[in-house]
Design a protein around this ligand. Structure first.
Ligand code: GLP
Length: 328
């Protein structure tokens, strides 16, 4: 593992863009693995700038996105611009600005697939058919997850449906509730995501981490033991892996005195119970799908689940959300 620490998120984006440029110079037919979230935005902006200056050509590039919200982050009652799907994110922040062949060469999991299991199998096959991922770009969740491989995901997992833990629901609050105008109980509870095992097969991996909020996760990734509780740590085994962080995220490493990703019994217990309930909900949704339930029916089932999580204050979610509401 190589760790590069730079001044700010802009510098992280530029550094990562240079790695992409080297990759495309070496092989213009490269297969790139793409991440979403706020962290890679400066990287995408820099790639667009290089494309506009004719330093980059994406006409032969193929991309695979890591993940998507199941049932999409789509609120049909709201303006389409407020759709929080990763598909829209990629279109707005990257694809529409470059000469990539869209949609032929831009693979992304479909959050509205009628058969998630088959869809995931097909995605894995499409990656293999494309020759595997040459360069994978990653961000990191505040709980140390990559893609949507939440704590507890098998380190050899493949593309599949995965519930979002409440820490991630809280992280998603700004995008969905503050920007998207959603009610908390309408947020997606599940994602479709590449597994840790899928990500590990990429030939080269870069992980970007910026801002103080990523301090603990970064410390756990770089200094902690390999554990399925922090799925990014699997990358310690990767042969060609570079972490690119800004000073703010790296400073958080001092938080290690407090022991990174410290597990306190109570939290873990509620996490486990939450996971069991989420898994049960997914089986019920699958059964309902088979019986012909509509997307709206499935969303209603999710909504009831989140209402119960709130009412029972699982994992102290009410306090976590109150803190989010107070933030600007
Ligand atoms: C989500 C995404 C990850 C991303 C993470 C961090 O969990 N599935 O791919 O790395 O969010 O997002 P951000 O960069 O906005 O902090």
């Amino acid at each position: 593992m190589r760790v590069v620490i730079l001044d700010n998120k802009q510098a992280v984006g530029e550094y990562a863009a240079n790695i992409v440029e080297e990759q495309l110079a070496e092989n213009p037919d490269s297969v790139l693995g793409k991440a979403t979230g706020s962290t890679p935005i400066p990287l995408y902006q820099e790639l667009i700038r290089k494309y506009e200056k004719k330093e980059l050509d994406f006409s032969r590039v193929i991309t695979f996105n890591l993940d998507e919200y199941l049932l999409l982050g789509l609120n049909l009652k709201l303006d389409a611009k407020k759709d929080q799907s990763y598909h829209r994110f990629m279109w707005e922040n990257f694809w529409q600005h470059i000469n990539i062949k869209y949609p032929e060469n831009t693979y992304i999991l479909n959050g509205l697939t009628p058969n998630p299991e088959r869809h995931c199998e097909l995605y894995e096959k499409q990656i293999v058919k494309a020759g595997g991922i040459d360069l994978q770009i990653l961000g990191i969740g505040s709980d140390g997850h990559i893609a949507f491989d939440e704590p507890g995901s098998s380190l050899s997992s493949r593309t599949r449906v995965k519930y979002l833990l409440f820490s991630t629901l809280v992280d998603n609050y700004d995008a969905f509730v503050k920007e998207g105008g959603y009610d908390f109980t309408d947020m997606p509870v599940f994602s479709i995501t590449e597994g840790v095992g899928t990500v590990m097969e990429a030939k080269k991996v870069i992980l970007l981490a910026t801002g103080r909020g990523k301090g603990k996760a970064l410390a756990a990734l770089v200094e902690g033991p390999v554990t399925s509780q922090v799925t990014a740590t699997a990358l310690q085994y990767h042969r060609n892996f570079t972490v690119i962080a800004d000073k703010e995220a790296a400073e958080g490493k001092e938080l290690t005195q407090e022991k990174p990703m410290k597990r306190d019994g109570l939290r873990d217990l509620s996490r486990h119970q939450y996971a069991m309930r989420a898994e049960k909900l997914y089986s019920q949704m699958q059964a309902a799908r088979i019986k012909g339930a509509t997307i709206d029916d499935l969303k209603t089932m999710q909504k009831k689940f989140l209402e119960e999580i709130l009412a029972k204050n699982f994992g102290g979610i009410q306090e976590l959300l109150e803190a989010k509401q107070k933030e600007k």
